[in-house]
Every structure is written in structure tokens, then in C-alpha cells.
Design a protein around this ligand. Sequence first.
Ligand SMILES: [Zn+2]
Ligand SMILES: [Zn+2]
Length: 166
Amino acid sequence: MPPKQKRTYPSWSMFPEHHVSVSEELAKSGLHYQFNEDDDEDSCSQDYDTNIMGRFRCRRGNCKTQGWSSKRIAITIRRYQSTSYNVRVYHQRCKSCNGLSRPELDVQSYVDRITYRLKKWNGIPVETPVYSGQSKAPHEEDLCEGCKNGRCTQSGGPVATFPDYW
Ligand SMILES: [Zn+2]
Ligand SMILES: [Zn+2]
């Protein structure tokens, strides 16, 4: 393998480090899930597209941007047969230089979304949480890798529907 392989920066990634928080929350409802490191569209039994919040920093050294925050980072939640799940978090592009960036997650929004969905899939009644501070800015599809992968709930849709995607 040639050592330089920088240009294929991935358009999404997973955050298994937040599984501990997810699993603590699920345990309160008697659910026990493993994080499946092997993301597989074919073997998953259910999937769901939604979004979370977080912050991005541009990785390019010569880029002047201060980074940006997003209230609509596209994610895909998948669950698999043997009580495992995983979550794809789609990256976004920098407005200034078009470089791809991996977010730092708002962990609370991540945990809320994942546990809500897994409980729902298990038939456990859950209340839909309400977030304040909803962004009114239009969604920039060109900068969103979720849109490019056809997995973004904001793609082509009205902005105002954001809080409903539970
Ligand atoms: Zn940049
Ligand atoms: Zn999008």
C-alpha cells in the first residue's frame, strides 16, 4: 500500500466512544445493546435517518475559518439482529475551503436521539423531547455529506420540520 492516501477523507464516521452514555440510558429501560463496529446496510434489520447537533473545526491548516456549529448533522441509526446497533454521523464541508470535517458531537443530542429510537423500535413508550434554540438558517445541501449520501432529513425539505424528526 502506498503511504499517501489522504485525499479520500470519509464522508461519515462512527463514534463508538459515546456508547457508554447510550448504554447507561438504555439500561434504565431494561435494554442492553452492543455497538456494532461493522456498519452494514444489508444485514441491518432497521434503519432511521435523523439529525443531531455538534461543532466542526476545519482541518486545513491554512483555512481561516473559526469553525461552525450545526443543529442538523445528518445521522443514520441502524439496528441488527443480535441486539446491536450503530450510528453513522455524516461530515460537513467547510464553507471557506470546501474541506471535509468530522464533528465534535453534542453528546446529549446524540444520546437522546439514539436511545429514543432504540426504545421506540422496542415498543417502549417515549416522549418526544423538545429542543430549544432551533436554527432558522437554510440547510446548505452542498456542504452536507448526509445530503450527498441521500440520508439527510433536511434534503430538499422545509427547514421548519427539524424538531419533528424523532
Ligand atoms: Zn476550511
Ligand atoms: Zn443535509
